[in-house]
Design a protein around this ligand. Sequence first.
Ligand code: IPM
Ligand code: MN
Length: 350
Amino acid sequence: MYKIAVIPGDGTGLEMVTEGLKVLKAAGEKFSLKMETVNYDLGGDRYMKTGEILPESVLEELKSFDAIFLGAIGHPDVKPGILEKGLLLRMRFELDLYVNLRPVKLFPGVSTPIKDKGPEDIDFVVVRENTEGLYAGAGGILKKGTAQEVAVQESVNTRFGVERCLRYAFEYCRDKREDKKLTLCGKTNVLTYAFDLWERTFHELGPEYPEVERDYAHVDAITMWMVKNPEWFDVIVTDNLFGDIITDLGAMIQGGMGIAAGGNIHPGKVSMFEPIGGSAPKYTGQGVINPLAQICAGAMMLDHLGESEAADCIEQAVIKLCGSGKLKSLSAGQMGYSTSEVGDLVAENL
Ligand code: IPM
Ligand code: MN
C-alpha cells in the first residue's frame, strides 16, 4: 500500500491533479497497486484565510508518506515569492529533495518549435541540484530604499551537496541511459569558485563511473546547443538556478509546459512529483488546462516507487495519445478536448 500526499495547490492545480490521480488509479487497477491518498489544502487560498503556508505539523506529516503528488503553486492575489518560497522551496529544502529530475523527451506526434528535429533528437534528462546555489537564500539587503542600498545574493555550493547531486547524475546516466554521456553545465570561465568546485568534483568522481562519458558546456552555450543540436545531450547535470533556466527551455523544445514533468527527489526518502509549469490561474475552473504534464509526473512517481512497469505503461499511454493525432495542440484551450477528456483518453489507452 502506497501512501501518497496530494497537494493540488493553486489555480489549475486541482484540475490537473484530478486527472493525474484518475490515471494513477487506472494504472493501479491494472497492475494491482494499492494507493491511499491524503489531500492537503496548502496554497494561496489557505494562506489568505488563515495566514498559514506550511505548518510545521504538516511538514512532519508529509515525511511519513511514500511520495507527494503536487499540482501547482502560485496565486494571483498573493505577492510573488511568498508561496513559492514558503511552500514549494520550503518543501524542497526541508525534505532535502536534493535532485530535481527533469526529462526533456519529445514524444512522436508532438510538435517542437525546432525545425528539422524529431523524437530521435530530443531525448535527454536534466539533473538540477535542488537545495543549494542561489536558491539557498544567503545574502541580504543593507540600507534598503536609500541611494546607498546594497543587495547581495550569494550562491552556496557545498562539497557534500555538489557531490551527492553529481553521484545521482552519474548513477542515473550509467543505470538508465543508453548513450551514457553526462554533461556538466556550468560557467567555469566566470564563476571560478562555485564551478571550480563542481568541475573538480565531477572529474574526481568520474573514474568511479568508467561507463559514463564526461563532457562540459557553459550555461550560455548550452542554451544554444539545446536548440541547435539537442541530440548531443543525454544527461545534463547543473546547479539550481542554471537548472531552473535551462529546463524551461527544455520544456519548450519537448512540446511545451503542457507536457513537461519533474521530480524532486531524495533517493530512499519521501519525494515530490509535479508538472514544471505554473498554476495558470487565468484558466482555473474552465476545464481547458492540459493534464498530460501532471499525468507524466504521476508516471515518474510510480517509477520512483519502484513500479517501473506501471510507470512505462502510463508513459506509453501518453505517447499513444500524442501519436494518434487526436489532440489538436498541447496548449491550454486548444487541445480540442477538455482537461477531463484528455485524462479519460490516457486512462483508456492503458
Ligand atoms: C520551478 C519553478 C520554481 C523554481 C519557482 C516557482 C520557485 O520555476 O520549479 O522551476 O524557481 O524552482
Ligand atoms: Mn522554473
